[in-house]
Write a protein that binds this ligand. Structure first.
Ligand code: SF4
Ligand code: SF4
Ligand code: FES
Length: 527
């Protein structure tokens, strides 16, 4: 491995590594705009100029590979002068937009001006070159041409990642500008990524514009629940509301990107339909009741069913929106506290959604089908449940995150499950199955719990609780633990860590794993 010196620090870096990456590995920042590790190197912004001993002139760090014996200075007077000159040049025509720009707080022009420039403009304000502002260029992306520094990250993303090439840089000199081709708009399922990689406020997200200053938002690492890919994401939130989702780099799952369906899917997690109190059917209406009576009621109906028809008169179904921990806790409740093996998984994808596209998007819109399968909870179990109802054996069903009415259709649901005596639903939102339920127990959605999802390749990834669930909703594993305790098993674990560790000791697929061990990129299921 080549050995070099950067700012007096001796560094070893694999051959082929560029100076930006090599310096970053030693905690040294080399400012840059156009370089992005997942795109080709174009070297057009010149912000990364550094002094390399024995080289006749300054070199761009993004396109200079490490070499044995190389000596690099990122803070020498020559380097600093180049950085100031580049910033002055980039800012000549930049509008004074910071007070009304959504990039403020995470803008690399602002940041680098403070860190590497700090000089007054020598250019008269009134002479700035005016270009297009607030242009809706399609797919929820807004373009401000005056703010653009022509780094070509966006054009390269559309050329190299989506291969749709909607944007290009037109004209020359100070008239040059990013624009879509005449008669064509940005139209692809990954367009939001150009907003993420634009280093300035030239590309912004239509839905996020003017909604929140970024310094008010908290960031919690999580996993997208939009499909079985399970892209690593960051949830940006404030006071229990999500404002935006952004991809989190994970070489094992999604690289640097996420799709727009996942990015814009979060309103469904905080809609008006969220369940906020336990409900019970009374005179053909669902009315709210306290958690204590709700748990007592559900438990006594379970106990009555067992007394009348044995443990096999109780069954459960869990949807693949549930976390690994929730699915395992329900499975354990069924096998240990109730004594029934009648439990099924349900992966349901509504018709009309996008199919596998070879990039990230998957046709299966459930984030945890593989996790359920690893626990032996697949859709085949549903057939067993239907047969048990038809045979008059199964009388009480617990449906957790499983909208059976939507998945089967009203008629088939009535045919297959209409003979049940009692239906208990644990869910996040009021859905058609809730309308059929005797009891509805409100549970937390995935941004509101600790836990994990397993993606279709068997990568188990960590979910961190970003904020509390609304109203009286509580995590599903807490509901299951309360039912379990009321049935006489007081030892049911209530934290995601404890449930995961029980799962790792009892389920071969999760052997050797723990929530703490998953780390930011997750870990593979045991083979
Ligand atoms: S719009 Fe943003 S990403 Fe595209 S060239 Fe301009 S500054 Fe770069
Ligand atoms: S590909 Fe799937 S998991 Fe990734 S962002 Fe899109 S919907 Fe979410
Ligand atoms: S990052 Fe090296 S020239 Fe732009």
């Amino acid at each position: 491995m080549p050995k070099l010196t950067i700012d007096g620090k001796e560094i070893e870096a694999p051959a082929g590594t560029n100076l930006i990456q090599a310096a970053a590995s030693a905690g040294i920042e080399i400012p840059h705009y156009c370089y992005h590790p997942a795109l080709t190197v174009v070297g057009n912004c010149r912000m990364c100029l550094v002094e390399v001993e024995k080289a006749p002139k300054l070199q761009i760090a993004c396109n200079t590979a490490v070499a044995d014996g190389m000596v690099v200075h990122t803070k020498s007077e020559r380097t600093k002068a180049a950085q100031r000159a580049v910033l002055e040049f980039l800012l000549i025509n930049h509008p004074i937009d910071c007070p009304v720009c959504d990039q403020a707080g995470e803008c690399k022009l602002q940041d680098y001006y403070m860190d590497y420039d700090l000089q007054n403009s020598r250019f008269p304000l009134g002479r700035k070159n005016l270009k297009g502002k607030a242009m809706d260029i399609g797919s929820g992306v807004m373009l401000d041409q005056e703010r653009c520094i022509l780094c070509a990250r966006c054009t390269r993303f559309f050329d190299e990642v989506t291969h749709t090439s909607e944007l290009a840089i037109f004209e020359r000199a100070d008239g040059d500008r990013v624009e879509h081709w005449p008669g064509r708009e940005v139209d692809n399922k990954y367009a939001g990524n150009v907003v993420d990689i634009c280093p300035v406020g030239a590309l912004t997200e239509k839905e996020f514009r003017f909604r929140a200053r970024v310094w008010y938002l908290h960031r919690t690492p999580s996993v997208c629940g939009g499909c079985e890919r399970g892209c690593s994401i960051d949830i940006y939130h404030h006071r229990g509301r999500i404002y935006r989702l952004k991809p989190r780099q994970n070489p094992e799952v999604n690289g640097y990107w996420m799709c727009d369906e996942g990015r814009h899917g979060f309103p469904a997690l905080q809609s008006e339909t969220r369940l906020t109190a336990p409900l019970v059917q009374s005179r053909d209406r669902l009315v709210s009741e306290a958690w204590d009576s709700s748990i007592r009621r559900a438990t006594s109906r379970i106990a009555e069913a067992i007394t009348a028809g044995g443990a096999g008169s109780v069954g459960a179904v869990v949807g693949a929106q549930a976390t690994n921990e929730e699915a395992f806790a329900l499975k354990r409740l069924m096998s240990e506290a109730i004594g029934s093996e009648l439990i099924a998984g349900l992966s349901f994808t509504p018709a009309g959604l996008s199919g596998d596209d070879g990039l990230l998007i998957r046709a299966n819109k459930n984030p945890n089908s593989r996790g359920l399968a690893a626990l032996g909870l697949d859709d085949a179990g549903l057939q067993r449940l239907k047969q048990a109802v038809a045979a008059g054996q199964l009388k009480l069903l617990i449906a957790m995150r499983a909208d059976l009415v939507r998945a089967l259709g009203e008629e088939d649901f009535a045919r297959d499950f209409g003979a049940l005596d009692y239906l208990v639903v644990l869910d996040t939102d009021a859905n058609e199955t809730c309308q059929m339920a005797n009891q509805v127990l409100p549970i937390a959605a995935y941004p509101e719990v600790d836990g994990s999802f397993t993606n279709f390749k068997g990568r188990v990834q960590l979910l961190e609780r970003a904020f509390d669930p609304p109203g009286q909703a509580i995590p599903a594993i807490e509901v299951i633990a309360r039912i379990s305790a009321a049935l006489g098993r007081t030892q049911s674990p209530r934290s995601a860590e404890a449930v995961f560790s029980a799962m790792a000791s009892l389920e071969p697929a999760f052997k050797g794993l723990s929530l703490a061990k998953l780390g930011p990129h997750g870990a593979d299921l045991a083979k």
